[in-house]
Design a protein around this ligand. Structure first.
Ligand SMILES: CC(C)(COP(=O)(O)OP(=O)(O)OC[C@H]1O[C@@H](n2cnc3c(N)ncnc32)[C@H](O)[C@@H]1OP(=O)(O)O)[C@@H](O)C(=O)NCCC(=O)NCCS
Length: 156
């Protein structure tokens, strides 16, 4: 049976859970103080959490910069992967972007992170460039990806 995924705005009280997910998801996990400064800036930054049976399964962090939205962090706890959690989080980001008049979304991903690249491509993101040795810990190139919502607005 498919599990119901609820996506809600996150708060400072969610940081402990985010840190737990972050540690098992990344080679260079963010610290508590990084999450704190992210979650304190409620105007330009939004974090969402995904809940399955009221447990925090994953999160996404967004920065809104003029008419762009930067996906700065996304991770799903290994116990909850492959259930559509990340997809729900990115879709929620795109919905919020629509409300805020965003016309493009961007992110950087490790060149070897095939799961994430597949996730983004499946949602319409396209590769737009490389950053050589962008990731310092366990050195790896970064791939820049974009999703353009309104092509005409973006070109004009
Ligand atoms: C990448 C990540 C966020 C995906 O989360 P998830 O909730 O398991 O992803 P979803 O279940 O929503 O899957 C959505 C799509 O992603 C792709 N995908 C996810 N896991 C995959 C895997 N193991 N292999 C191949 N493709 C995969 C698929 O295209 C999938 O679509 P489909 O189910 O229709 O085939 C998760 O693996 C994770 O937290 N990884 C560690 C942190 C990380 O790399 N974050 C991204 C930084 S840029």
């Amino acid at each position: 049976m498919e599990e119901k995924i609820d996506v809600k705005e996150a708060h400072i009280l969610d940081i402990d859970k985010f840190l737990e997910i972050e540690k098992v998801s990344f080679k260079d996990p963010w610290s508590r103080s990084m999450f704190l400064s992210e979650l304190e800036d409620r105007n330009r930054r939004i974090y969402y959490k995904a809940l399955i049976n009221e447990e925090v399964a994953g999160f996404i962090g967004l920065w809104f910069i003029v008419d762009e939205c930067h996906i700065v962090n996304i991770a799903v706890h290994p116990d909850f992967r492959n259930k559509g959690v990340a997809k729900s989080l990115v879709q929620r980001a795109v919905m919020e972007g629509g409300i805020r008049g965003v016309n493009s979304f961007t992110l950087e991903v490790r060149a070897g992170n095939e799961e994430a690249i597949k996730l983004y491509e499946g949602l319409g993101f396209m590769k737009a460039g490389y950053r050589k040795n962008y990731y310092e810990k366990e050195r790896e190139d970064g791939i820049i990806m974009w999703l353009v919502i309104d092509e005409e607005k973006n070109n004009g």
